[in-house]
Design a protein around this ligand. Structure first.
Ligand code: COA
Length: 174
């Protein structure tokens, strides 16, 4: 048993990411099948189909990184982040982050929640990138995504509405 650990995604991780599930199955509304959390479906599609290629393409220019968090052999969380390019205040943009559906709200083998474990792995990654001084985090969350907003509010991160209907979330990462 190795407990919770992480590594950067690599070229052969396509099948692992294609099997990653963070979205609840569709529910039936009359004739239609509607996802109960559309944002989770969007994040899942990105992580399954795009994250690996986009991270490789944006590695050099934007320092994009894709973190895979494991609990023993299970992939329990995935986080993609990149440099915002602000010289005055080093800032990491949170491109996408998700906890595996089966582990959401749950506890991992070392007693931490999956969300907390993903955050610690993100911090370790930022520290390894040798970014010195305070580091800020910046992301955009759908206002209906109460779970994500609650988790970020617990970190003391502020959420401000934007013109495109999302909430911009900002806070201190490091
Ligand atoms: C956002 C996400 C990473 C948070 O992970 P998580 O494991 O749910 O996080 P937590 O266990 O810390 O829970 C966060 C909050 O939701 C609540 N919660 C967790 N699981 C729950 C459940 N099954 N039912 C009701 N509430 C739940 C927790 O109680 C907590 O609320 P609190 O702060 O009031 O106690 C995860 O829900 C996820 O992957 N969602 C799908 C993808 C997504 O939305 N990504 C973010 C895009 S911006």
């Amino acid at each position: 048993m190795t407990g919770v650990h992480w590594r950067h995604a690599r070229a052969g991780d396509g099948p692992l990411l294609e099997a990653f599930a963070c979205a609840k199955p569709n529910v039936r509304q009359g004739q239609r099948r509607v996802p109960p959390e559309p944002w989770a479906t969007e994040v899942q599609s990105y992580l399954r189909a795009k994250a690996l290629g986009e991270t490789a393409a944006r590695r050099a220019e934007h320092d994009q990184r894709l973190i895979l968090v494991f609990d023993d052999d299970s992939l329990v969380a995935v986080v993609a982040h990149q440099d915002a390019g602000y010289e005055e205040a080093p800032t990491r943009i949170l491109i996408a982050g998700a906890v595996a559906l089966a582990r959401r709200g749950g506890t991992l083998s070392d007693g931490r929640s999956a969300f907390h474990a993903a955050l610690v792995c993100l911090l370790e990654d930022v520290q390894q990138a040798s970014i010195s001084g305070p580091v800020l985090a910046l992301g955009w969350v759908h206002p209906g995504n109460r779970r994500c907003l609650r988790a970020m509010a617990r970190l003391g991160w502020a959420a401000v509405p934007t013109d495109d209907g999302l909430l911009e979330v900002r806070g201190r990462l490091l």
